[in-house]
Each structure stands twice: as structure tokens, then as C-alpha cells.
Design a binder for this molecule. Structure first.
Ligand code: CDP
Ligand code: CDP
Length: 244
């Protein structure tokens, strides 16, 4: 094998991908790659540049070109999170946007930006170059289907919309943002699920060879333990023979 193993984790918003991926990476000594943070960073840059997205379903041609250019020319850097509870540090064109990319404004626009094929081309190329030597846990929507189709371990994390919205609500409350409502979060999550799974380029979908983990009623550590266990079983020498 030319490279170290890759674990691909895909699934809808709030399924626990980031939290679980960070724990798995930490336990196995692998690098954690949050691809959603990259789409969020581009979205932040698009909004910062005043590019208007009035009709999300049919972004005007000139805006489309401007977005493509930003995506191909920007420099994105991810820095490891300081602890298991914090998200990764995100820099775009030397600006720290770690906090800014998590706002409701960015969250509500990110799926429209992520549906642009040029944006995906630019980011997938970057992800694949970071992953060339393997040794990572990559998390997103198209990791097992498109970015790393030869990943040794593919996980599709799911949970009901209600459960995912409740998790997000808790996150917002912990961050001292009590004004966000459960209904708002359910709506945002359902809208993004629909956009992400129906778009033309690399829609959110379970890879044929992914293992689906339904996480309602499980905490993040329990889910991480299942994935570590599965990884270890798959990568034992006796199992490897069948896969090589
Ligand atoms: O954490 P959360 O599930 O809210 O979202 P995220 O993982 O930060 O991803 C934000 C958005 O980026 C998603 O809703 C997708 O529209 C897009 N995305 C994508 O298209 N492909 C990826 N590999 C990762 C994220
Ligand atoms: O990355 P994604 O949008 O899939 O979800 P996340 O941001 O990692 O998780 C959202 C919240 O759900 C976090 O506060 C987690 O601690 C919590 N949670 C989880 O991730 N997994 C569970 N099985 C249960 C709760």
C-alpha cells in the first residue's frame, strides 16, 4: 500500500460527524479533516466580497464566475483544534474565520455555494492533495463517494431531524446564544438536507460500501468507539487480504 489508511465519514448536518471524527482521529493518531469548514470558509469569502446570491437556485452567471474565481484562487488553511471539544481553526487568505464561518448567515448560504461545480472542483483537489499520504479521518458529504472513493473505512452517520436539531440547540445554548429556536434549527437542517442530497454535483449519499450508523440515543463517544472497533477489525492482517 502506497499510503496510510483513510476513514471517510459522511452524513447530514448534526449527525455528529465533526465530534465523532475528532475523537476517532485522536484515538487512532490520525489527522482530522473537516471539509465542511472549507465550504463554509468560501461562503464567508463570497459574502465578504459582496457577491449577491438573490436567487439561490439560479445564481446569476456573473456571480457564478466570481465565486469560481474566488474558490480557485483562495488559500485555505486548517489548524488542529486545541482540544476535543473545539472545532478546527480555519483561515482563508490569511484571515482567521474560525468563529465567523459558524454564523447563521454563513450556514444558510453554504449549501448554495457548495452546489457550484467549480467550488467543488477547487476544494476536492485541495482535499485530495492533503490526503495523498493518507493517515486521516475526513468528514463531509462526498468523502466516501467522491473525494476518497478508495478509503479503507467508510461510515455514513445518520440521526432523525428532531435529534439533530436538539443537538444543535444544545450547542447554541452552550455558546450563550439562547435566541435560536428548535423550529428554526429543524427548518435549517431539513432545508440543507434537501439541497445537499438533491444537488447535481456529488450529492450527499451513502456510498455503496459504507456502513450506516444510526446515532439516535447514542452519545458521541459510543459512536466513536464503534468506528474505532470497526476500523481495527477491517485493518487486521487477516481482513486486509480480502481487500487488497
Ligand atoms: O456541521 P454541519 O453538518 O452543519 O455542516 P458542515 O459539515 O460544516 O457543512 C456545511 C455545508 O457544506 C453542508 O451543508 C454542505 O452543503 C457543504 N458540504 C459539502 O457540500 N460537501 C462536503 N464534503 C462538506 C460540506
Ligand atoms: O458535524 P455534524 O454536523 O455532523 O455534527 P456535530 O457538529 O459533530 O455534532 C453536533 C452536536 O451533537 C455536538 O454537540 C455533539 O456533541 C452532539 N452529539 C454527537 O455529535 N453525536 C452523538 N451521537 C450525540 C450527540
Amino acid at each position: 500500500r502506497q499510503r496510510q489508511a483513510i476513514i471517510a465519514i459522511d452524513g447530514p448536518a448534526g449527525a455528529g460527524k465533526s465530534t465523532v471524527a475528532r475523537q476517532v482521529a485522536n484515538q487512532l493518531g490520525l489527522v482530522y479533516l473537516d471539509t465542511g469548514a472549507m465550504y463554509r470558509a468560501i461562503t464567508w469569502l463570497v459574502l465578504k466580497n459582496g457577491i449577491v446570491l438573490d436567487d439561490e437556485c439560479a445564481i446569476a452567471e456573473d456571480a457564478r464566475c466570481a465565486i469560481a474565481e474566488l474558490a480557485h484562487q483562495c488559500k485555505i488553511e486548517l489548524t488542529p483544534s486545541p482540544n476535543l471539544q473545539s472545532p478546527v481553526g480555519v483561515w482563508i487568505n490569511d484571515t482567521d474565520v474560525t468563529q465567523e464561518i459558524r454564523t447563521i448567515e454563513v450556514t444558510s448560504k453554504v449549501s448554495a455555494i457548495a452546489a457550484q461545480s467549480e467550488v467543488r472542483k477547487a476544494l476536492v483537489k485541495q482535499q485530495q492533495s492533503w490526503g495523498k499520504r493518507g493517515g486521516l479521518v475526513a468528514e463531509g458529504r462526498d468523502i466516501g463517494t467522491h473525494v476518497f472513493p478508495d478509503a479503507e473505512v467508510k461510515i455514513f452517520l445518520t440521526a432523525s431531524v428532531g435529534e439533530r436539531a436538539r443537538r444543535r440547540l444544545q450547542d447554541f445554548r452552550k455558546q450563550g446564544q439562547p435566541e435560536v429556536t428548535l423550529e428554526q434549527l429543524e427548518q435549517d437542517i431539513a432545508e440543507r438536507d434537501l439541497k445537499d442530497s438533491t444537488r447535481k454535483v456529488s450529492p450527499l449519499k451513502k456510498a455503496a460500501d459504507a456502513v450506516e450508523v444510526q446515532t439516535d440515543g447514542l452519545n458521541a463517544s459510543e459512536v466513536a468507539a464503534q468506528i474505532v472497533d470497526y476500523y481495527q477489525k477491517r485493518l487486521l492482517p487477516s481482513h486486509q487480504k480480502n481487500n487488497d
